[in-house]
Structure formats: C-alpha cells, structure tokens
Design a binder for this molecule. Structure first.
Ligand code: GSH
Length: 386
C-alpha cells in the first residue's frame, strides 16, 4: 500500500492489465492510499463482480462503499475526490489534448500493444501465462497457474483479428510503432510528462498501453529500453520509482504557460491521428447506421442485442498509415470520444475556435466534427444509449 493508514481505494486489477495500469498511475502519482488485489480475491467474486455486473478489471472500491468498473469512470471519480490544482487550470488546448489522449490511450495504440504482446510467443509466452495464471490463483502449483494462464492467453490473443493485426499488416504496425517511439523519445527529451512539466490524466491514460503492455512485456520492453530509453524513463517516473525527475532538475511542476502544447506533443498527436482518425470516423458511421436500424431502442437499451458489454459495430477498412486494414469498429472508444465532443460543445466563441484550430492542427478536426445519432452511455456495465 502507498501512503499510511487504512486504504482509501482497493484496486482490483492485475499487473499485466492495460486498463489497470491507467488507474494505478493516478493512484501512484497522486499518492492515494490504496491496495491492489487480484480478481481471484474472494471479495471480487462475492461482492465486486455482482455489484459492477462485469467480469472486467480494473474495479475500484472506495472506502465509502462506491464500487466502479471502467478505467475512465474510475479516473473521473478519482479526479472528483482528489482534485489537482495543476490540471484544474488547464486551457482549452491542454484540456482537449488530454481528452484526445484518453481516446488514444484506450484504442489508438492497441495495434502495437496487442501485436508486441501476442505475436512474439517465444519471448513473451512464459511470462504472460504466469502473470495471468497468478492473477487467477496464487499461491498454487506451477501446473495449475500455467493451465489457468493459458486459458486467459488464448482468449486475449483471439482479439488480434478484430484489430486488423495479421501477417499482411504487421510490417506497417511495426514501422508505425517505431516512429511512435521515436516521436515520444524526442518529446521526453524535452519534457518529463505528456503535457509538459506536470503529470496529468494524459499520462495516466497513456500508461495503459505504453506501460501495461509495451513497457512491461519482455519483447516490447526490450525494444523500448533499446530504442526509446526516455519513454521507458517516463514509465518509471509515473510509477514513482524516483520521486524527482533527475533529467529535469530545475523544472517547475506546472503546465506550460499560455495553454501551450509542446511542439513534440503536437508531432506525436499528428502521427497518431494520421492512422486513427479514419477509424473513429468510420466507427461513428457504423454506430449511426446501427442506431438508424434500431429506432425502438429505449433509453438505457444496450447497443448489443446479445448484451455484449463492449460490442463491435461491424467491419470497416481503414487506411492505417498507407496500408488498408480490415478490422472491427469498436463501440467503447466512441463513448470515450463522446467526452471530447461534449467538452468542445461546452465551449463558446474564441475559446471554442482555439480548441477546434488545435484539433485541425493535429489532424483530429474531422473526428471532432462527428455527431452520434443518440448519446452513448454505460448501463449495467454495458454500452447503451441514453
Ligand atoms: N473499458 C474498460 C476495459 C477493461 C478491460 O477490457 N479490461 C481487460 C483487462 S486489461 C479485461 O478485463 N478483459 C477481460 C476480457 O476481455 O474478457 C476499462 O477501461 O476499464
């Protein structure tokens, strides 16, 4: 546990989980007194899972009894309970960049995150099978851990086709990830955190893929340490391995003045949206088509008639940095995007124009012009319409 006294938050999660990494990052940076438990803990089965109506992690249980699944909802609640004066003073460009980085952290880099986990079994398999197995039963005989771990591994590796990861697209995914790392390494040569001098939700969101998978599994960890050591150092910084940032000894812990976005972050965002904007636009098209075909869906109705919690919305073909990728449209990412759309919708006049000009600058203008035929919400742990 970090901090002293009884925990304020119990985090049900696992070390190898992408979305747990996002929430853990907040708890560590903000020094919240928390404990982490595996989903094999009896309380998860008996109390937590029925309460959130979901089998997913992370789940946060607060000392006052609130229990939440979904890393975005948990971060909202944590920010409400532990407001940060640094981030509360964000300008519209910084706030919009943060919203968009949460969209990116959710699915915008899941191709490399899943590819570098599941396409390199020689390097990763023993580690991952052990990690998954231990999160389900520990202590236990090695064979039992391996049996349970392999069951999870086979389910998770089954997600690759849905993301368009196949032999034909893998060279592009590897090339693009190499460029991503180079851009981020350049950014962290100038700044300790995503937005500049202070940690924010942008960092927590990006820790999901960049630490949970890419900064921890043997194959991509080695790649990151070898080719982008400053990105690796950022993961250490967020994890609190060193309280101070020796690379930036005199840096004030504050966001850049005047709502400035570091040019190195602009370069990274442009790169990401070059390969991700079209996926979001086509996914919104599938959502609107689905909604048009189900006019009778009542408020609170699940988007998936089968009750899938994070439903896919149909096949799309996206131009991923010059390569046509056949994949599924992912509904949950649109729910996160809706938060960015709401943010911009709440702005007026010059402030709104500033935010939209920034979106154009990073290639997200079309994404922020999207409109969903109905509002998305989450109900009983499932994607639903409001
Ligand atoms: N949108 C959810 C996603 C959570 C999620 O998918 N967690 C993974 C572990 S990283 C999980 O529980 N997967 C179980 C499954 O895919 O069946 C969040 O942000 O909390």
């Amino acid at each position: 546990m970090s901090g002293s006294g009884s925990p304020e938050v119990v985090l049900y999660g696992a070390p190898a989980s992408l979305y747990t990494a996002k929430v853990r990052a907040f708890l560590r940076v903000r020094r919240v007194a928390y404990v982490e438990r595996f989903p094999s803990h009896p309380r998860y089965r008996e109390v937590i899972k029925p309460a959130v109506e979901s089998h997913r992690i992370p789940v946060a249980e607060f000392a006052d009894g609130a229990i939440l699944q979904d890393s975005t909802e948990i971060l909202d609640e944590l920010e409400r309970r532990y407001p940060d004066p640094v981030t509360a003073s964000m300008g519209p460009r910084q706030a919009l960049a943060t919203h968009l980085l949460e969209v990116v952290g959710d699915r915008g880099v899941s191709k490399p995150a899943m590819h570098f986990r599941w396409s390199f079994l020689k390097e990763n398999e023993d580690f991952l099978v052990g990690e998954f197995g231990r999160s389900l039963r520990f202590p236990a005989p090695a064979e039992e851990i391996a049996r349970l771990g392999r069951r999870v591994a086979s389910k998770m590796s089954g997600y690759l086709p849905m993301l368009g990861i196949e032999p034909r697209t893998i060279p592009a995914i590897e090339r693009v990830y190499g460029e991503t790392l180079a851009l981020l390494d350049d950014h962290f040569a100038h700044h300790p955190y995503f937005l500049g001098g202070a940690p924010s939700r942008a960092d927590y969101a990006m820790m999901g893929p960049l630490y949970g998978h890419l900064g921890r599994d043997p194959k991509p960890l080695h790649l990151m340490q070898r080719t982008a050591p400053l990105v690796y150092r950022w993961t250490e910084r967020i994890n609190g391995a060193e309280v101070e940032t020796p690379e930036f000894p005199d840096r004030r812990r504050a966001l850049p003045e005047g709502d400035e976005i570091p040019p190195t972050l602009v370069a990274f965002l442009r790169h990401v949206f070059r390969g991700y904007a079209e996926e979001l636009v086509l996914s919104a098209g599938r959502l609107n088509a689905l909604l048009a075909a189900s006019p009778g869906l009542p408020p609170g109705g699940f988007l998936s008639p089968e009750g899938a919690d994070q439903p896919v919305l149909g096949a799309i073909v996206v131009d991923y940095h010059g390569v046509a990728v056949e994949q599924q449209a992912l509904g949950h990412a649109l729910w996160i995007l809706q938060r960015a759309l709401d943010y911009v919708a709440g702005l007026e006049g010059e402030v709104r124009a500033t935010a939209l000009a920034f979106a154009d600058e990073i290639g997200a203008g079309e994404v922020l012009a999207l409109r969903f035929a109905r509002r998305l919400t989450r109900s009983h742990g499932r994607l639903a319409v409001a």
